[in-house]
Design a protein around this ligand. Structure first.
Ligand SMILES: Cc1ncc(C[n+]2csc(CCOP(=O)(O)OP(=O)(O)O)c2C)c(N)n1
Length: 347
């Protein structure tokens, strides 16, 4: 069943009381569920490709969908300073999927084929970039995005309007000076920057538990020291994420001042392929949680949700087979795009 069919059939299938426990409209809940499944199945396909030697390395964001899909849907998407800038990290496939990324492009990067639109087949999986949506290239070196984000934060401040700079990264990375620089630069009196600063806290830095590294109770306490508005959000809950993000974004858009969000999320397949990328059943699974709520509220039936997953499974399998036939990048292009618009060697 397609999303359109579900949306069309939805009101007929649902009793009047359906959705009573939710604040979001049933159509929005169905839409978010659909994109959550799409993003999850995409990640599962990427992991499978890695395990079948159709890629060299996997890192990604299964377990962050309940937070990342609402985030992507709330972005003011476009190119230039009238639109939001996104400085993302490597667990952001859900955000990109909500923005409208075609899954085949993520698979192309995984397989490192020439058709990969993000890096021409030359970067790790989930290292996106898209000029048309102000998505700045994802960097493997953690936390540097909090520095580059200051630049677009300043540009947004000077430009005016309602567009904002959004940056995300993990909890362990906040130990880097780059994070402190971001807090300092975004909160300078009279020069505050319109930045939504997000830390997705999955309680791990590869294999180091967060509890052994953080003296503060919550990472947002650091923002408070700079006089910032902050919020801790249960990133495993769709509605808490949606409304928490909406409130923070409205504040940043209108006040042109920063807001720090700490989102508590799960890391469902471990750190990366380097740690095996197997499903960790001890972690809370936001999709399972959301699906039981949708079922209990009679928004979607188990059968309908299984159908959504089945359809995406079939689609991802089909496109993975297509990608395997695509050519690898030619050696002559190795120096292309080291600098914007540059082709060939730059010295
Ligand atoms: C500057 C830098 N130092 C170390 C690493 C190695 N490294 C890669 S991911 C990672 C852990 C990051 O943990 P966290 O910031 O909590 O994000 P998560 O991966 O858990 O989402 C580290 C230390 C790196 N990529 N870059």
């Amino acid at each position: 069943m397609t999303l359109k069919e579900i949306l069309n059939e939805g009101p007929r299938l649902r009793p009047k009381s359906a959705g009573a426990k939710f604040r979001l409209e049933p159509e929005m809940l169905v839409k978010i569920h659909n994109i959550m499944v799409k993003a999850r199945v995409l990640e599962e396909r990427l992991i499978r490709m890695y395990k079948q030697s159709d890629g060299y390395f996997w890192i990604g964001g299964p377990g962050e969908e309940a937070f990342n899909i609402p985030l992507g849907l709330l972005v003011k998407k476009g190119q230039g300073l009238d639109y939001d800038f996104l400085h993302l990290h490597y667990r952001s496939a859900g955000i990109m999927t909500a923005l409208g990324m075609e899954p085949i492009d993520a698979l192309r990067q995984m397989k490192n084929v020439a058709t990969d639109p993000f890096s021409g087949g030359r970067n790790f999986s989930n290292h996106f970039s898209r000029k048309a949506w102000n998505v700045v290239p994802v960097s493997s070196t953690i936390e540097t995005q909090y520095l580059t984000a200051i630049g677009s934060g300043i540009a947004h401040k000077r430009h005016g309007g309602s567009a904002i700079t959004i940056v995300n990264g993990g909890d362990a990375g906040t130990a880097e000076g780059d994070f402190a620089s971001c807090l300092i630069w975004s909160t300078r009196p009279v020069n505050e920057l319109p930045m939504l600063i997000i830390v997705t806290n999955n309680q791990w830095g590869i294999s180091t538990p967060a509890a052994t590294q953080h003296g503060e109770k919550s990472i947002t306490d650091r923002g408070k020291a700079f006089g910032m508005k902050t919020a801790v959000i249960n990133g495993n809950d769709v509605e808490e994420s949606y409304f928490g993000l909406q409130e923070a974004m409205n504040y940043v858009r209108q006040e042109r001042k920063p807001f720090l969000i700490e989102s508590r999320v799960s890391r469902l397949y471990g750190h990366s392929s380097a740690t095996g990328c197997n499903y960790i059943s001890e972690e809370a699974d936001c999709l399972t949680l959301f699906e039981s709520k949708l079922e209990a509220a009679q928004i979607l039936s188990r059968k309908e949700m299984d159908q959504v997953r089945e359809n995406y499974n079939a689609e991802m399998l089909e496109i993975s087979q297509k990608v395997k036939q695509e050519p690898l990048p030619d050696g002559s292009t190795i120096y292309d795009h080291v600098y914007t618009g540059q082709k060939g060697r730059y010295w």
